[in-house]
Design a protein around this ligand. Structure first.
Ligand SMILES: *[C@@H]1O[C@H](CO)[C@@H](O)[C@H](O)[C@H]1NC(C)=O
Length: 333
């Protein structure tokens, strides 16, 4: 029952950054979905695997236990993202290094003196993982590094890594003053061990942004992206047809009207062309949404009957039969 047929790739964003040719988004090799996530009580990497090719029904792998725990940095991880290349020859789990249950924790402290690194695990098969490492990506002017994600570029053969940060004036070495607004930053890397100098990706005037998520839309250069506007606590969407560094158009309003949300994770449906899914964290858990018209403001709530509770800001990866079988063998069903 676990193995129906399917298609498509969310992370074969292959070559799409500069609108170079891209493999078809929907291809018959994808048989399910892997959610990489964490939970508030257990800030460690957790896997949920779809029951067959159902985008809304999942089994908590490893008997409901985490598959990876951090013993670096704050020793807690949030905002889990699974990155892979288009050949599926390497996998990286990357995460925010942040323990909100640490003694003396406050969000003010977390954004002035937070971690300037991301936690990284590497695997060649999705089930045998390296130990965690803490990789610094920002200079000392940064108050924190949150919600990393990555896009593989098939032409340059490297990853573009994105995250949210705020920065203090270089003279304010104790970070006691007023920082810049939260903004989206990026660097490139081939190995998640060395990174290019970080730069601003997006810093719109007056809008503090975190939690960026990209969604490839099936044509070279075509993407949606989602952000949390920290001022209103809501998620909005933009679209482009000319690549991640091209011209983006914001859809009016927000993708949801039902309270505060963050931590978007989007994915294309493996079976139905043009159907996209969006998971939004209501600060307690993920709520699933869907649309068949991603170029308009048309997300609606999905059927939540079989959707697991307690999932937080993470990512969803379409998986091949080989990957699906390896996950079942290693972590049970
Ligand atoms: C919602 O999903 C459940 C199975 O998870 C199904 O039994 C039910 O019919 C669905 N409801 C609707 C309205 O589609």
């Amino acid at each position: 029952m676990m193995h129906s047929r399917s298609l498509l790739s969310m992370f074969a964003l292959a070559g799409a950054i500069f609108a170079t040719p891209t493999p078809p988004r929907q291809a018959p090799e994808y048989v399910g979905y892997l959610v990489s996530t964490f939970s508030d009580p257990t800030p460690k990497v957790q896997f949920h695997l779809s029951n067959g090719n159902d985008a809304l029904s999942f089994t908590f792998l490893n008997g409901g236990n985490p598959v990876l725990a951090s013993d670096v940095g704050t020793k807690a991880v949030r905002d889990i993202f699974l990155a892979t290349d288009s050949a599926r020859s390497e996998y990286y789990l990357i995460a925010t290094d942040l323990d909100v249950r640490a003694a003396g924790f406050s969000w003010d402290k977390a954004t002035r003196h937070g971690s300037r690194g991301i936690v990284v695990w590497k695997s060649s098969n999705l089930v045998d993982w390296s130990g965690p490492s803490l990789q610094t990506v920002e200079p000392e002017t940064a108050g924190m590094v949150w919600a990393p994600s990555a896009v593989w570029d098939d032409q340059e053969l490297l990853y573009y890594v994105f995250w949210a940060s705020r920065h203090y004036d270089p003279s304010d070495t104790e970070h006691t003053g007023t920082a810049s607004l939260d903004r989206i930053r990026y660097a490139t890397t081939r190995d998640f061990a060395t990174f290019s100098e970080p730069k601003d990706y997006l810093a719109p005037p007056g809008i503090p942004l975190i939690d960026q998520e990209f969604q490839y839309l099936g044509k070279p250069g075509a993407f949606a992206r989602f952000f949390k506007d920290e001022t209103v606590g809501r998620v909005y969407q933009e679209v482009t047809s000319d690549g991640l560094f091209g011209t983006w158009t914001r859809l009016e309003g927000y993708v949801h009207s039902d309270g505060q949300r963050e931590g978007a994770a989007s994915f294309a449906d493996n079976l139905t062309p043009g159907l996209y899914h969006l998971l939004l964290d209501d600060y307690t858990q993920y709520i699933p949404y869907e649309t068949t018209d991603i170029y308009s403001q048309s997300w609606k709530g999905s059927n939540r009957t079989g959707f697991p509770s307690g999932l937080k800001h993470g990512s969803v990866t379409p998986v091949t039969q080989k990957e699906y079988d390896a996950l079942i063998a290693a972590y049970g069903a």
